[in-house]
Write a protein that binds this ligand. Sequence first.
Ligand SMILES: Cc1cc2nc3c(=O)[nH]c(=O)nc-3n(C[C@H](O)[C@H](O)[C@H](O)COP(=O)(O)OP(=O)(O)OC[C@H]3O[C@@H](n4cnc5c(N)ncnc54)[C@H](O)[C@@H]3O)c2cc1C
Length: 831
Amino acid sequence: MKTHVKALVVGGGAVGCGVAYHLAKAGWETMLIERDELTSGSTWHAAGLLPLFNMGYATTHIHKYSVDFYKSLEAETGLNAGFAVVGNLRMAQTQERMDEYMLYSSVAETADVYHEFLTPAQMKERWPLLNTEDLRGALFHPQDGYINPADVTQAMAKGARQRGVDIVRRLQVNGYKWTGSEWIVTLEKMVEKGGNLVGSGELVEIRAEHVVTCTGNHAQRTARLLGIKIPAIPVEHQFIVTEPDPMLVEYRKNNPEHPVLRDADAKWYVREERGGWILGPYERGAPARFLYDVPETFRADLFPLDLERIEEEYMSMIHRLPSSETVGLKDDFNGPICYTPDGNPLVGPAPGLRNMWLAEGFSFGITAAGGTGYYLAQMMVEGEAEIDMSSLDPKRYGNWMTTEYAVRKNEECYEHVFILHHPDEEREAARALRTSPAYDRQKARGAQFGQINGWDRPNYYGPVDAPADFDHNSRSFRRGAWVPYAVAEAEAVRNTAGLIDATAFTKHLVRGPGATAFLDWFTTNKLPKVGRINLTYALTPTGTTRTEYTIVRLAENEYYIISAGAWTAYDQDYLLKCAEDKAPEFGHIDIHDITTQWGVFAIAGPNARAILKEIVKDADPETVLGNKRFPWLSMRNIELGMCPVRAIRVAYTGELGWELHHPIEMQNYLFDLLMEAGEKHGMKLVGGRAQNWLRQEKSYRAFGTELGRDATPLEAGLDRFVDLEKDFQGKQAMLDTGIRAKCVTLLIDGPADADPWGKEALVLNGEKIGRLTSGGWSVGFGKQIGMGYVRPDLAEVGTKLQVRMFRELYDAVVTEDSPFDPTNARIRVDG
Ligand SMILES: Cc1cc2nc3c(=O)[nH]c(=O)nc-3n(C[C@H](O)[C@H](O)[C@H](O)COP(=O)(O)OP(=O)(O)OC[C@H]3O[C@@H](n4cnc5c(N)ncnc54)[C@H](O)[C@@H]3O)c2cc1C
């Protein structure tokens, strides 16, 4: 057995084998260790479905890669993994569900995933056992199906071995120690005792430059060993297998196998199994398991069946497949299935640790194993994956995350697998948890909150006396009931003033002798002078965008840097690691996360200055906010009533405005003061949805949509924030990458009842030539707006394209950057 390797993969389930295979394929000397037998975790009891359907861009790519890859494995390994390419039929009982499929169709088109739409009559003709009476239609993927989970895992393991991977079983990791250049991993030989798997006391050590943990249901133990938090906690998931159904057996004499059937509105999947059916429900009330550890007694075991819990889904299967009514049950499975609070796995660098990679929390691990291996190996070997993997990054949850939070969210996530996935969906579990002090005041004024990174932030302000079901009804794939409220808020910002709570912004203080040299190297733009601010970007070593920062220079060697609220731990991890690497070269750099010490209100609109003048305390209140004393893109310490405020003259909405950073404990005082002063100037409270529309009118890119690790800032069209005169991290790689696609803003003549969500395909002469990354309604232009990436030759202003929405094509035209007030006259206005 090797004791020194480049990469050590921990865990021999589908995911671990997929990762080991791809690391070896990428040329790394790799070893995989498994505490028990390969596939003995959740993998052995999976139903083996490989659904291509997924609403996320990264996950769609991952699933697509796996499905294609699994088809090629037999030729490579000689092992048949039993891939039944029977197709996958997602039925819709309602028009809302059809709308969901039509939105999915846009995502699928951007990732080249083939799919079809079928009518109830077409379904009935092909699969007469189906009751299609109450169906509206279906989405059909003819190219996926199901596979034998153990066999595909063994095939990946064989492929890995053929590429030199050492796979060792019955070794359990008991400890990790980082030496500064490699991991010393302590392992214990495991033995069987009375049916349990226990440690033998015999220890071995393996040294590895990189470690990937793929420990499935054991993620909490892994988290403890590493001293980090991993919100992967399994939930019970059951499926049942029926006796042969005589009508199915008869049908199959002359017909091919049924596709995997999904009645999403009834919350189940069904597939054929030896003349009978497998029913897999995603029912209410499935409990989380193994909150702290997997007991020694639980090996390749199952929980008892809870038939009562799935009665509703069982009955609805009988409704959809009436021939199953008289068929008895043959077998049942109730096993742990790992979840995370948002349902996406945790794939990428572990927080705070070097060369430690996580591939944890998979609820569709059979489907995702191949693609995860492929893209994770790219990240590890080449520095970045070809797609932006940030939606899967383990650091999308911060240290605020607790076991109970993960339990509540993971249970909710399981139950929500088949709910309608509206893009404006907000889930209720574990709310409100992180709130700014003004939360109650905002709520009393009708705020409807959305949760991001644990924070409850106003999405929009609805009617104060709304009926109890208002929030629920406001969701839609087209235009939710919230839209008129967001329109009024956007108009207020354009015409009078709006007040936005931006407290969740990530805020770091960077100071010390090395701070200036470090930030100069770390970011693309020139550093601002003292008292001034700049927009700038930190790049990955491969030259793509890692983080967008607003940098405020407080003193010669002291900076207040602000980034997106959703990404605190993600931004912090990179900042700290880069600073640690550079301190020997640049001198000591002190970094503090001060996110929760400072509240932020953004005030914007033509009346913003008049409102602040009412409450500002200064020897000369008339001039303190004027262009001379307080120019655009500068910072001043001012006093609003009794509140000391670090005011920053920027506005993400494109209007005259300030961000008012204030001591968090004074937030309610400041809120009341601003509300009172704003009243006579027509100021409205404004939520994140209106703000998102307004920033698109100014072509302000957002992190997670236009900005990510799959595009350089030059591709994002941010050349003016990139100082090519200086040296900075990722510069050469950025230049070498060239321009593969270009970010543009589009004005769209869309449908009468819907706006784009930023998931849609962009089309020219019937050919897909790009995709939207943001979308919405423009109050400035009275039509739909969007931002996205297109082929570079199509980025010219005036280029006419089309956007596919609800399977129809709508005209769109590439506009100049910042189509609303392109000269920024409104932002710079004096007074
Ligand atoms: C009833 C049911 C049906 C399912 N159906 C599907 C489906 O149709 N399609 C689909 O895609 N997914 C399905 N799933 C989910 C799927 O089973 C999992 O997502 C997948 O198996 C996860 O694979 P994994 O490799 O991450 O974890 P696991 O298979 O659990 O593997 C983790 C491995 O790590 C090992 N390990 C842990 N800690 C250590 C350590 N310290 N040292 C050494 N080894 C360690 C464990 O022994 C284990 O073998 C289903 C799940 C259930 C419960």
